[in-house]
Design a protein around this ligand. Structure first.
Ligand code: AR6
Length: 174
């Protein structure tokens, strides 16, 4: 039976996490990029890109749509799987948060399908895609809190102090 996952905050580098799954803030091409995506491919090695290319050659011929998630091997990383999700690009105040919430929900669904119990997330969309950190933290924490999942621990891995504070405020304010 699903219970609410425990939420843990860590300041650090997501590629160093030993969770069953680490989530990649990818783009629709699944073929790599900067930020978290670049770090995961660099450290995880070529097996991840090879798996992404296979996905593109198969079911995801047109790429992974925004708000969805898909798993690959984690290559040389300590995690067992990488779950790639594509966050929305921030379109300005009043933008629709549902696609960003969907990234967290869908990644947890994929993790459930794998039998994963621990999942590490970065702050999706808050780098190259420009989503303001405080708002992104609110959306992420709410989405995880309301997710129907068997995952026992969700670890938000925040790269800098600003991100860590934004998530800590959200967790402690409600
Ligand atoms: N560990 C944890 N967090 C990190 C790390 C890391 N190693 N590196 C960066 N961050 P971004 P997005 C933080 O740009 O906004 C890529 O090129 C970073 O400080 O990685 O969803 C993709 O290919 C920020 O707070 O993801 C896409 O094209 C957060 O992770 C595009 O960027 C997310 O920043 C996706 O943009």
């Amino acid at each position: 039976m699903s219970t609410r996952p425990e939420i843990v905050l860590v300041r650090g580098d997501i590629t160093e996490q030993d969770t069953d799954v680490i989530v990649n803030a990818a783009n629709s091409s699944l073929l790599g990029g900067g930020g978290v995506d670049g770090a995961i491919h660099r450290k995880g090695g070529p097996a991840i890109l090879a798996a992404c290319r296979e996905l593109r050659a198969g079911h995801y011929g047109r790429g992974l749509p925004t708000g969805q998630a898909v798993a690959t091997t984690a290559g040389n990383l300590a995690a067992r799987w990488v779950v790639h999700t594509v966050g929305p690009v921030y379109q300005g105040a009043g933008g629709d948060p549902s696609l960003l919430a969907s990234c967290y929900r869908e990644a947890l669904k994929v993790a459930d399908g794998l039998g994963a119990r621990t999942v590490a997330f970065p702050a999706v969309s808050t780098g190259a895609y420009g989503w303001p950190m405080g708002d992104a933290a609110r959306i992420a924490v709410e989405a995880v809190r309301h997710a129907n999942t068997d995952v026992e621990e969700v670890r938000f891995v925040l790269f800098d102090e600003e991100a860590y504070r934004a998530f800590a405020e959200r967790i402690h304010s409600s």
